[in-house]
Design a protein around this ligand. Structure first.
Ligand code: ADP
Ligand code: MG
Length: 337
């Protein structure tokens, strides 16, 4: 290994918070210096690597970021999850404006240092709004993949404790954790906040939670990208919108995007020659990308089970009709929206 390789290994293991690989790479580097007969340097580095009582490493904690995952005090369940993804932005089929907004966030993060020299800050607090299944959570996974940062995933309902007062302390723990590293953070289903508006008791508690959340967000000292996703943007007042550097609004896909979704999701299977994706796109007005994904999976399964190795228009049409019937039942049960 060259010196550059060794240093790269050190950097990568540092970024991955991989203590063992870091130490191994450091040892290799020391050996490397020894081979070059730089005995004094090697000794010095060895001392630096293995000193346990120095003021530098906080009592043996090598990386700042070894905080345990915060847990709910009462029930003990984890308040967040660290996730890793490997997704490309090409997987997101969406209106160009939205893609550009996301690409902007990514670009600005990458160029944060340059922006800082002009006293400008990259966009780092982003609100993602829109109907379920339009790609909000998916976008967070993509940003995390593209920036090569872990995704800290926080479900808001996990934070809201049935014990009064616990909630704010749960939030505090989550924010302390966020401050201990650089991540893409997703506060998902932020709209849980609006769910039981009729319940006055809960309403009061939830209002308090939103306020502490926004306050902590304001005071957050972090380079991390903080995303908050909601399905009920109408319920969030303008005061909330102003706390974010950008708001991305996810619309239901138009016909041409629906066609692209059918194309991409039916890619894995062979198709009859006369198959008409434009027709499928036309029949699926009001479908979200997640709905279309589900329909295409149904259609593929139907084709595979009937022992065909290719899919025809019939399977697609059936899956669409089945989905529409299912939605009707669901809407009736929910007393129509
Ligand atoms: N715009 C999109 N392009 C491609 N696939 C999508 C898109 N939106 C959603 N999907 C698919 O549907 C799944 C669920 O979407 P998700 O991001 O969880 O929706 P949301 O968080 O907006 O409710 C995703 O994992 C992805 O497979
Ligand atoms: Mg989601």
């Amino acid at each position: 290994m060259t010196t550059t390789d060794l240093i790269k290994k050190l950097f990568l293991s540092f970024n991955a918070k991989d203590n063992d690989t870091f130490v191994q790479a450091a040892r290799e580097y020391i050996e490397h210096e020894k081979r070059k007969k730089h005995t004094v340097v090697a000794k010095d580095l060895e001392k630096a690597l293995f000193s346990t009582n120095s003021e530098h490493n906080g009592g043996g904690k090598r990386f700042k970021n070894t905080l345990p995952i915060p847990r709910d005090t009462e029930k003990g369940f984890p308040l967040l999850e660290i996730q890793h993804f490997d997704k490309s932005i090409d997987a997101l089929i969406i209106a160009n404006e939205i893609k550009e907004q996301l690409e902007h966030v990514i670009r600005e993060f990458k160029d944060a240092d340059i922006l800082a020299t002009y006293n400008l800050q990259n966009k780092r607090k982003i609100l993602l709004c829109g109907r379920p299944g339009t790609g909000k959570t998916f976008s967070a996974q993509i940003i995390s993949s593209v920036l090569n940062l872990p995704l800290v995933y926080i479900r808001f309902d996990a934070i809201i404790s049935s014990y009064l007062g616990e909630t704010a302390s749960n939030l505090r723990k989550v924010f302390d954790y966020i401050e201990s590293g650089t991540w893409v953070v997703l506060f998902d289903e932020f709209d849980v906040i609006g769910k039981n508006r009729d319940d006055n008791h809960e309403h009061g508690e939830i209002k308090r939670v939103v306020n502490s959340f926004l306050q902590m967000l304001d005071n957050l000292k972090s380079d991390s990208i903080i995303l908050a996703a909601t399905n009920h943007q109408n319920m969030l007042d303008p005061a909330i919108w102003r706390r974010f550097d950008d708001v991305i609004y996810y619309e239901l896909p138009d016909e041409s995007i629906r066609k692209q979704l059918f194309d991409i999701y039916l890619k894995p299977i062979k198709k009859d020659a006369n198959i008409d994706m434009a027709k499928a796109a036309n029949l699926t007005d009001g479908f979200s990308p997640a709905d279309i994904k589900m329909v295409t999976e149904e259609a593929m399964k139907a084709a595979i089970i009937s022992s065909k190795n290719h899919i025809g228009q019939n399977e697609i049409d059936c899956a669409i009709q089945k989905f529409i019937r299912r939605e009707k039942v669901r809407n009736n049960l929910m007393g129509d929206k």
